[in-house]
Design a protein around this ligand. Structure first.
Ligand SMILES: C[S@@+](CC[C@H](N)C(=O)[O-])C[C@H]1O[C@@H](n2cnc3c(N)ncnc32)[C@H](O)[C@@H]1O
Length: 444
């Protein structure tokens, strides 16, 4: 453990040196400019929050620890030369404790971006590359279909150029997020900010045990946090009559984004970490909405839905291995549906629901059926080569050659590739991990 009483710059330097890395190497791999990195390490400037997050991921070091260093240095910078700096600092501490919200209007609050959540296989780092190829290789800007939208990060990018964007995913928790972020119906931000301010002044010690805390407390979430989550979820439900659909979706999605970073997991809910959970406050934060008039939102099985759609291009990013998303994110599904089902097993999952064919031996047939039925001019298919991995659950259900064969059956295909650091729970080596994009121009 590093000394806590050192600056963020010294901390970053010490981590780098402990890992035996040169500044140039870090600069190359994180795409943070060498001079900027050097100035950060020597205390000539502070890093930005995204830079700290980037470095935490790169060094595989606790993001929370580094952000704490960053915030404390920022405060120090503000108060060290003030006569009453320390007193001002203590007063601020009290104000935070008692939930004083300085900015009461939605515009000025710090909010979650669509991207600020953990989601396996999300294409956040690849979106620019994917969209660049699509723009270069295809024509038409009417309708973009993202049939397995996941976090909707690719769909969001498509909204910049296409008039209509179809978002679809079988998960309830993804569907509610699309409605919260993109549905362009009216909502009352003042009403929502007031509710959030109430949530941020709740005292967990005064909150009773509930469905959520009884099941997940001390396991997936720290006990007090889990009581707050259950309480807030119940409260959102009890306000359903005073909220319109967009407001309801915003509160639920914001709850998911808020608790995502508090989960005692490696990023999904197949298991929790079996160590004592560090106590952290639940600071309820809202999402930043991005209303888009052309958003068409569905929660359907991909293969059924495509039979009714027509567009310029379909982006296809299905799951490729046996890991079911509805099982990985069962807690969010449970929280959104809020039917309080009986739970089973160590990971406390409900009965299986929304199981995808793409995670089974039927994947190849499902894929063939999908691309055959899609009424579009182009198909853009994401694929990665995890099938070389040793662990059975990460083995691909459709092999590279099979995808190429199927796509060649419906059109003319170009293949693009890029190396990419893939999500990995630690068991598998993905040293030569490659990300592919197949771009098929369908035959008429
Ligand atoms: C690899 S992820 C997509 C990631 C997404 N491109 C992103 O950047 O976040 C695959 C998604 O497909 C969804 N899914 C799996 N089977 C489906 C089906 N049959 N119909 C609709 N969605 C499905 C999963 O819930 C999951 O969110």
């Amino acid at each position: 453990m590093l000394d806590t009483l050192i600056s963020i710059g010294d901390t970053l330097k010490e981590i780098r040196e402990t890992q035996g890395l040169h500044l140039q190497e870090v600069a190359d791999k994180t795409a943070i400019n060498y001079t900027v990195l050097s100035r950060i390490e020597t205390g000539k400037r502070l890093p930005t929050k995204p830079q700290v997050q980037n470095l935490a991921t790169f060094y595989n070091y606790s993001e929370q620890e580094l952000i704490k260093h960053l915030i404390s240095d920022k405060i120090l910078y503000e108060v060290q030369s003030e006569d009453f700096g320390l007193e001002g600092f203590h007063l601020a501490e009290q104000k935070i404790k008692y939930g004083l919200a300085l900015f009461n209007d939605y515009e000025n609050l710090e909010k979650f971006d669509l991207q600020s959540r953990r989601y396996i296989g999300n294409k956040a780092k690849l979106t620019d590359w994917i969209m660049e190829i699509i723009h270069k290789e295809t024509e038409g800007n009417e309708t973009f279909i993202d049939i397995f939208s996941g976090t909707a990060i690719v769909a969001r990018e498509a909204m910049k150029t296409y008039k209509k964007v179809v978002l679809n995913d079988i998960l309830f928790s993804n569907n509610i997020a699309y409605r919260a972020f993109f549905d362009n119906s009216k909502w009352d931000s003042k009403k929502i900010v007031d509710i959030v301010n109430e949530y941020n002044t709740l005292n967990p010690q005064k909150i009773k045990e509930n469905y959520f805390s009884k099941n997940f407390g001390g396991k997936f979430y720290e006990k007090e946090v889990s009581k707050l989550i259950g309480h807030i979820r119940e409260d959102i439900e009890s306000r359903k009559n005073e909220l319109n659909k967009k407001e309801y979706a915003i509160l639920l999605t914001s709850l998911i984004y808020t608790i995502d970073r508090l989960a005692n997991t490696v990023g999904h809910f197949d298991a929790y970490i079996k160590k004592p959970i560090v106590k952290r406050p639940l600071n309820f934060r809202l999402i930043q909405t991005e209303d888009f008039a052309g958003a068409k939102i569905y929660r359907e099985d991909s293969n059924q839905l495509v039979k009714r759609l027509k567009g310029d291009i379909a982006y296809i990013d299905p799951p490729y291995n046996s890991r079911q998303y509805s099982r990985f994110y069962h807690i969010y599904e449970n929280l959104v549906k809020w039917e309080k089902p009986k739970l089973h097993g160590v990971a406390l999952k409900p009965e299986p629901e929304n199981m995808s064919k793409y995670c089974t031996v039927k994947a190849k047939d499902a894929f063939k059926d999908l691309v055959g039925n899609l009424d579009v001019k182009y198909l853009a298919v994401s694929y990665n080569n995890t099938y070389k991995s040793k662990s059975k659950s990460s083995k691909n259900k459709i092999e590279y050659e099979e995808i190429v064969d199927i796509l060649n059956g419906v059109g003319k295909t170009k293949i693009f590739e890029q190396s990419h650091q893939y999500f990995n729970a630690g068991k598998t080596e993905f040293n030569d991990h490659k990300e592919f994009l197949f771009l098929t121009k369908k035959y008429d």
